[in-house]
Design a protein around this ligand. Structure first.
Ligand code: MN
Ligand code: MN
Length: 313
């Protein structure tokens, strides 16, 4: 924990400088276990924007998180040396340049052995993040929590990259291990009757919200643990949560997961070989009372807690 009082250490949550969980802002990675990085980019969105303000707001709401995770019985910042790495220097008018910058900065972090927690930003950032992680670890097992399949073939005036396509290209580029990709919480109107079939053909195991609600989260987690054999990357789109719990997002879909189920899903990944994580699609301008950002910062804390448990072994 940072103990510099100028930073806000020892102060109330509404005081001081809002880095993630009041961690030191640093690009020095010596002996650092985990770096939290922001990607304030929303030019990959197809509907309403605003996720460029996500990282800042998630950092702000993270100041309300007290350090001990009572469910997992761990105090992550006592087990792990964590820094707030700051933001990727994005270019709002160029998704290609931004993607290159994300892969580069993510690579710089993970090449040192430091694990990365990335706060978005829209879901287009997952592709450059997966490129960086696959470059280091080889193809990854992928847990993707979302209302949307994001494997669409949706070209916007010749540009293939958007928040609706990252996993199509990740699969095509061989960044994901065969049969080790689950997308969980999927729902909503589709662009066509074949969307799920197309996702399956590409290599996704689509778990609809209907299946989650019928079987329960525990049963879905059982399949996750059976399936994932490689290094596991986790990507969480906040719109997997019902708009009642997460209204501050670009493409809300009704009939989703509760806040508790979101936490339960992430918590249940305990025991997997977790190598990377991102949390995307928080759009503060559409939020109410910060509830979406509060959920997001707590999900990130839950993941951080899993890394800390692993460190205990
Ligand atoms: Mn989504
Ligand atoms: Mn998504």
């Amino acid at each position: 924990m940072n103990d510099n009082p100028a930073f806000g250490a020892g102060l109330q949550p509404f005081m001081g400088i809002p880095s993630f969980m009041r961690l030191p802002v640093s690009r020095e990675l010596k002996d650092v276990d985990v770096a939290v990085m922001g990607v304030p980019f929303d030019s990959g969105t197809s509907y309403r924007t605003g996720t460029r303000f996500g990282p800042r707001k998630i950092r702000e709401t993270s100041l309300m998180i007290w350090g001990h995770n009572s469910t997992l019985n761990v105090t992550p910042l006592k087990k792990l040396n964590v820094v707030d790495y700051g933001d990727v220097s994005v270019i709002p008018t160029s998704i290609e340049h931004t993607m290159t910058a994300i892969t580069k900065m993510a690579g710089e972090v993970i090449d040192t052995g430091t694990k990365l927690i990335t706060l978005g930003g829209d879901h287009s950032i997952a592709l450059p993040l997966l490129r960086a992680h696959a470059k280091k670890h080889g193809p990854v097992s992928l847990v993707h929590i979302d209302a949307h399949i994001d494997t669409w073939e949706a070209e916007f005036e010749g540009s293939p990259y958007s928040h609706g396509t990252p996993f199509r290209y990740a699969l095509q580029e061989g960044l994901i291990r065969k049969d080790e990709y689950m997308q969980i919480g999927i729902r909503g109107p589709l662009s066509g009757a074949n969307d799920y079939a197309n996702a399956k053909e590409l290599g996704a195991r689509t778990v609809t919200i209907h299946e989650v609600m019928e079987k329960g989260v525990k049963e879905i987690l059982k399949e996750v643990h059976e399936r994932m054999k490689g290094p596991v990357y986790v990507t969480v789109d906040i719109d997997a949560a019902d708009p009642a719990y997460a209204p501050g997002t670009g493409t809300p879909e009704v009939g989703g997961l509760t806040s508790y189920q979101m936490l339960q899903l992430v918590r249940g990944l305990h025991g997997l070989d977790l190598i990377g994580f991102d949390l995307v699609e928080v759009s503060p301008p559409y939020d109410h009372a910060d509830i979406t950002a509060i959920l997001a910062s707590n999900i990130a804390f839950e993941y951080l807690s899993l890394l800390a448990i692993k460190e205990k072994k």
